[in-house]
Design a protein around this ligand. Structure first.
Ligand SMILES: *Cc1c(COP(=O)(O)O)cnc(C)c1O
Length: 394
């Protein structure tokens, strides 16, 4: 059998200290306890990987395989992840008060959320590097995605989620064959259970940004937006932020694109949207802080936003500051209202996190953080179907 070898990453780099690490080993955090980023020989890749090379490629995130870490094509797990529609949404734009808005509809991913992008890469790479048993703490959707990709890879996975995770997600995780554990607590408590299992049984922990490759999957959203907008970037990106992997990933993608000569120094303003009941990044941004700490008594029905503390907080905040963006919190009932507005104006049934980003835009306008003339991309990160029976907490 002929296997095609791809170039992959040259090394990993600590996001805090810049220290280098070997990429062809199973690894989690740097010695400083911070996330690692994959680095590529972009100057060597660039001549054969330009926007004009992309049309006609496969309609999933593997169309960007030159800047992804998997080396052996037979290790690319493929369930149809990524290359989701970017929908011009004039009625949502005018209700929000901006000139133009697109909805990136991530609900059409294989397990109906954008978590598939990250777990696709993390599981593909864990398998390539020899992991035998996986584990993940999740607020819900990451559990579904890891169950799906582990099943496709033929690897066992242990998923630990809060017991009040939406029922459709629990059923899905079980149906996909994962070992599911429910816990009375938050995702941070689930993380502690996973850590113990990893120590005792040698499981490989797929927690967001605690291994280097989920962010590589999520960065493809940055490449896609650029391609789908006709090789340009929008004025603003509005992103519902839990662990922040997508925002951090897109910021990384724009840096790579500049290094390959696809774009210049222009960047979209990056906005984090959180729930009023769990807004550590918003609080930190309002104080001008470099990291965010932990939010006490986190509560929101948008389970993807119920993340009291993020290991990549400093990376989220860095992207917000460098892009001249911002952060804003939205109460649950406004998320629910905007789920309805988006639905009736576009035909997309968004998860509450998608409602949150639309609800945030009038607030961003009011605060002068964006202008009515701006073109914005809203991330509808998951399908509303997975939240059946969940109601706003405020
Ligand atoms: C996980 C999740 C989020 C938050 O994503 P991060 O990259 O962790 O910030 C937003 N929306 C949905 C539907 C999610 O599942």
């Amino acid at each position: 059998m002929i296997t095609t070898r791809l170039r992959g990453a040259t090394h990993l780099e600590c996001t805090a200290t810049g220290e280098s690490y070997e990429s062809e080993q199973l690894i989690r955090l740097s010695d400083a306890g911070k996330p690692l980023f994959a680095r590529y020989a972009l100057d060597e890749i660039a001549p054969g990987f330009q926007p004009t090379d992309l049309p006609g490629r496969r309609a999933d995130l593997w169309r960007y395989e030159e800047v992804l870490p998997v080396r052996d094509r037979s290790c690319q797990i493929q369930l149809g992840e990524g290359w989701t529609p970017l929908l011009d949404s004039p009625r949502v734009a005018s209700r929000m008060g901006v000139r133009r808005a697109w909805i990136k509809n991530e609900g059409v991913n294989p397990t109906a959320s954008f978590k598939d992008r990250g777990l696709c890469l993390a599981v593909s790479r864990a398998k390539e590097l020899g992991a035998e048993e996986l584990a993940i703490p999740s607020a819900g959707n990451a559990g579904s995605a890891s169950a799906a990709y582990a099943a496709a890879a033929g690897l066992p996975v242990h998923v630990v989620v809060p017991s009040d995770t939406p029922a459709p997600i629990l059923e899905e995780i079980r149906a996909l064959g994962a070992d599911l554990q429910l816990l009375d607590g938050l995702i941070s408590d689930c993380g502690a259970v996973v850590r113990r299992g990893c120590e005792e049984h040698g499981w490989f922990d797929l927690s967001t940004l605690k291994e280097p490759y989920r962010v590589e999957g999520k960065k493809t959203m940055g490449y896609e937006i650029f391609e789908q907008l006709g090789l340009r970037l929008p004025d603003a990106i509005v992103y519902p932020t839990g662990g922040g992997t997508g925002l951090i990933g897109m910021w990384k993608a724009f840096d790579e694109m500049e290094r390959m000569g696809w774009i210049g120094r222009e960047r979209p303003k990056m906005f984090s949207v959180q729930a009023a009941g769990c807004a550590p990044i918003v609080r930190a941004w309002e104080r001008g802080a470099e990291d965010a700490g932990t939010w006490e008594n986190a509560a929101t029905y948008a389970s993807g936003l119920r993340v009291p503390g993020a290991i990549g907080d400093f990376l989220i905040l860095r992207a917000i500051y460098e892009s001249d963006g911002g952060a804003v919190a939205v109460p649950d009932h406004e998320m629910a209202e905007w789920v309805g507005h988006i639905g009736s104006a576009t035909g997309v049934f968004a998860a509450p996190e998608g409602g949150a980003v639309a609800a945030a835009v009038p607030r961003l306008l009011e605060k002068g953080l964006i202008s009515a003339d701006d073109e914005v991309v809203l991330f509808c990160t998951g399908s509303g179907l997975k939240y059946a029976g969940m109601t706003p907490l405020d």
